[in-house]
Write a protein that binds this ligand. Structure first.
Ligand SMILES: NC(=O)c1ccc[n+]([C@@H]2O[C@H](COP(=O)([O-])OP(=O)(O)OC[C@H]3O[C@@H](n4cnc5c(N)ncnc54)[C@H](OP(=O)(O)O)[C@@H]3O)[C@@H](O)[C@H]2O)c1
Length: 249
């Protein structure tokens, strides 16, 4: 499927998107070496599964799937039963994004067959990777260097009936979603840790590009959980940078 088969992405209706992260005091979501993100408490890991269980689809960047050896499953039977009682499939669809398409078919994700895996990539995905993934995942291709996130979300809604997406990172993919104003809520678990360093991955990936405008949140809830602070936020998008330029002009 190519992007041009759907109308302009900005005009498309899309599913509701909830992102979920554990973050250190200094805004890191991982260590410099992209070690698996297991620094939060057992209570937070349980909460991650509860949030995942809300989604019709769980979405992650291939770096996170690789670093965390994710299967994107739901090991807890009670959570699966709850989904079924709500009319959802027992397991969410599992969705991976990669612009370059160098996705290793040996990833643990592809060995777990609990629900379909969808890989959204671009025409840059090498033929050998396409062949290796055939039979393990449904492949969707977008024109351009990166996947148009709004288009991908519309595709999930129209083709797969997805109404709610849980975005599980990492930072680079989260930044892609923010650029397209495609995140509605964020769950942030503030962990009492400081990693420091210039190389650490932040909530929006490696330090680099600014977002086109600042993103603000209004607090929905706060809960102290296992010595950590679990927060839920609703996001608002304002193009403050452009507004400032306009006001000067
Ligand atoms: N603390 C937490 O809650 C948490 C949560 C998640 C992850 N993490 C950690 O974060 C680290 C990974 O984060 P990361 O920022 O390095 O990587 P990431 O966001 O998981 O993955 C980055 C890759 O995703 C692909 N991607 C991003 N936006 C895309 C788009 N619009 N279209 C197509 N592909 C897109 C790109 O693949 P291509 O290069 O192929 O284009 C990019 O290189 C890991 O260490 C993980 O453990 C922590």
């Amino acid at each position: 499927m190519k992007a041009k088969m759907l109308p302009k992405s900005s005009l498309l209706k899309r599913p509701h998107v909830v992102a979920n992260f554990a973050i250190t005091w200094d805004g890191r979501i991982s260590t410099a070496g992209r070690t698996p993100s297991n620094f939060s408490s057992a209570a937070d890991k349980r909460r991650l599964l509860e949030i995942r269980a809300e989604g019709d689809a769980v979405v992650a960047g291939w770096e996170t799937v690789r670093a965390d050896t994710m299967t994107m499953g739901l090991p807890d039977r009670a959570l699966r039963d709850l989904r079924v009682s709500r009319g959802q499939a027992a397991y969410p669809l599992r969705v991976v994004l990669s612009g370059g398409g160098q996705v290793d078919s040996g990833l643990r994700l592809f060995g777990e067959t609990v629900s379909p895996v969808l890989v959204y990539s671009t025409q840059r995905m090498p033929l050998a990777v396409r062949e290796a993934l055939a039979g393990r995942a449904a492949l969707r291709y977008c024109d351009g260097e990166k996947v148009d996130v709004a288009w991908m979300l519309a595709s999930l809604g129209q083709e797969f009936g997805v109404k709610r997406v849980v975005l599980e990172g990492g930072g680079a993919l989260f930044a892609s979603f923010l650029r397209e104003r495609c995140v509605d809520e964020v769950c942030l678990t503030l962990c009492p840790l400081i990693f420091g360093g210039r190389e650490g991955i932040t909530l929006t990936g490696s330090l680099g590009e600014w977002l086109p405008g600042s993103v603000e949140g209004s607090l929905v809830s706060v809960e102290v959980l296992g010595g950590e602070c679990f927060t839920r936020w609703r996001l608002h998008y304002r193009n403050k940078i452009e507004e400032t330029v306009d006001s000067l002009g």
